[in-house]
Design a protein around this ligand. Structure first.
Ligand code: C2E
Ligand code: CA
Ligand code: CA
Ligand code: CA
Length: 277
């Protein structure tokens, strides 16, 4: 279609802006970033609808690049996926997130879940379940305090395979959520059979609240759908009072967004919980 053609054009022109040299250099730096310990995790609290109770947090990676400064994930995660580094990075993220959460508990902080993003590439190998199991063991975090976030396209991928992996993951005692819900293709009949616990409404819909009846309808629909399937529902990208009012009225369970908390370093999180560093 015309729409696809336009997207493709945008994609190519952005890619071509980066010369092959630049890309090669960034790849080389990315290979060394792990051993040089240049990645950091930020944590964004997730709360109940009133914002008073923190019930979870999402781990979000940044790259502390020696010259370029702090880089957001979209500047290097797609590249890491392309050059086959995402499994190593993903493993680092998982361990660090579990270890930090265990640390938080050991210092007398609350027992809450930490949510970790998974790339589709981490799903293709058969070792994901073992890797998660091993990481829980090494970090000594109880599985109930780990959640993995998968996108709709992962969840809706090759059905029997994915469903089995998700089941095996859940049997470890962790929870699963579907991220960016509503932005990709979804089969509602499949959704019914997926072993997941939580749906995350994508921020593009939340940011349309009070601006677009279309986005409001989709948000209401996703909340109602989640509830009817016995799933928890969390709204992402919540920035305003009017969004909170709307979500409260629709009985959304949980909130994640700048309105209550921005992503922060672990040390800052300890401050939030008034835990000594
Ligand atoms: P995501 O999983 O959808 O993460 C939520 C993004 O929304 C984060 O961006 C977060 O900072 C941002 N956000 C949260 N609240 C608000 C808000 O109220 N307003 C706005 N405008 N934005 C908000 P971030 O940290 O730049 O991450 C971007 C994406 O990078 C993530 O999207 C996720 O897909 C990916 N990512 C982040 N960390 C990891 C990781 O460890 N592994 C993998 N594979 N992907 C990651
Ligand atoms: Ca996420
Ligand atoms: Ca998301
Ligand atoms: Ca997203």
């Amino acid at each position: 279609s015309k729409g696809e053609g336009k997207n493709r054009y945008t994609f190519f022109s952005q890619e071509m802006n980066k010369t092959a040299d630049e890309k090669m250099q960034l790849s080389n730096e990315l290979y060394r970033a792990l051993e040089r310990d240049e990645f950091v995790l930020n944590y964004q609290p997730q709360t109940d609808i009133s914002g008073t109770k923190i019930i979870g947090m999402e781990a979000l990676i940044r790259w502390n690049h020696p010259e370029k400064g702090l880089l957001p994930p979209l500047d290097f995660i797609p590249l890491a996926e392309d050059i086959g580094l995402i499994n190593d990075i993903g493993k680092w993220v998982l361990y660090k997130a579990c270890k930090d959460n265990k640390d938080l508990q050991d210092r007398g902080g609350p027992c809450i879940r930490v949510a970790v993003n998974l790339s589709v590439k981490q799903f293709s190998g058969s070792s994901l379940v073992d890797m998660v199991k091993e990481t829980l063991y090494q970090s000594e975090l109880k599985p109930e305090y780990l959640e993995l976030e998968i996108t709709e396209s992962i969840a809706m991928g090759d059905f029997t395979d994915v469903q089995q992996v998700l089941k095996n993951l859940r049997e470890l005692g962790i929870t699963l959520s579907i991220d960016d819900f509503g932005t990709e293709y979804s089969s509602l009949s499949r959704l019914r059979h997926l072993p997941v616990d939580r749906i995350k409404i994508d921020k593009q819909f939340i940011q349309g609240i009070s601006k677009s009846t279309h986005d409001e309808s989709i948000t209401s629909f996703i909340i109602a759908l989640s509830k009817s399937m016995g799933l928890k529902v969390i709204a992402e990208g919540v920035e305003s009072n009017s969004q909170i009012s709307f979500l409260t009225e629709k009985s959304c369970d949980e909130i994640q967004g700048f309105y209550f908390y921005k992503p922060m370093e672990f040390e800052k999180l300890l401050d939030v919980f008034e835990v000594k560093a």
